[in-house]
Design a protein around this ligand. Structure first.
Ligand code: SF4
Length: 188
């Protein structure tokens, strides 16, 4: 598999915010979002055994497979090997590539972009908000709905978007505010 990086930190966003987790960032994405701030292009070719060993050198067993788009590369055998070592596996996906039936993922965080979502099951729907029409997300069923202000890299603009995100959550309480807390506390 093409792996951009494996690192240990706190999950900064969403349902598992604050949970110590090992992040496996796969390289490559099938979308090209204008606001993408993830460096995922460079990679090291790793076997599944090497990935599992790299993950298990850390004390936590919460694993976040992220990207890029992890669904381009994820395999049932990698998931089985992680589960065999006691790992709980969360994926962060744009949702455009269906999860095969034999892929046992414990928690699916889907962040829809500008392309249709093709997942049968979503645990957590995480929408990056910049004031767009939210009715487009009414079709999605999830256990939790999270609204996360877009990071524009401009402090003034970010303040405005945060304020609008809070207003939206207050008016539509199905949505919970999601913040990128790792950026606030200065961890990866
Ligand atoms: S789906 Fe995510 S990783 Fe892919 S281009 Fe968009 S923001 Fe970047």
């Amino acid at each position: 598999m093409r792996i951009n990086e494996i690192f240990y930190s706190l999950q900064g966003e969403g349902h598992y915010c604050g949970v110590p987790a090992v992040f496996v960032r796969t390289s490559g994405c099938n979308l090209r979002c204008s606001f993408c701030d993830t460096q995922h292009e460079t990679y090291t070719e790793m076997t599944e055994t090497e990935i599992v060993e790299a993950v298990c050198q850390y004390p936590a067993r919460h694993v976040v497979i992220t990207g890029g788009e992890p669904m381009l590369q994820i395999t049932p055998s990698l998931l089985a090997a992680l589960h065999a070592r006691g790992c709980y596996v969360q994926i962060e996906t744009n949702g455009t590539i269906p999860l095969p039936d034999d892929c046992q993922v414990d928690w699916v965080t889907c962040s829809p972009k500008h392309s249709p979502v093709r997942l049968d099951h979503i645990d957590e729907l995480k929408v990056v908000y910049q004031g767009q029409d939210m009715s487009q997300y009414d079709i999605y069923e999830a256990k939790e709905y999270r609204l996360q202000p877009l990071d524009t890299q401009s402090e003034a603009h970010n303040r405005d978007i945060l304020s609008r995100t809070i207003d939206y959550c207050l008016a539509h309480p199905k949505w919970k505010l999601s913040l990128q807390t790792h950026k606030m506390i200065g961890v990866r």
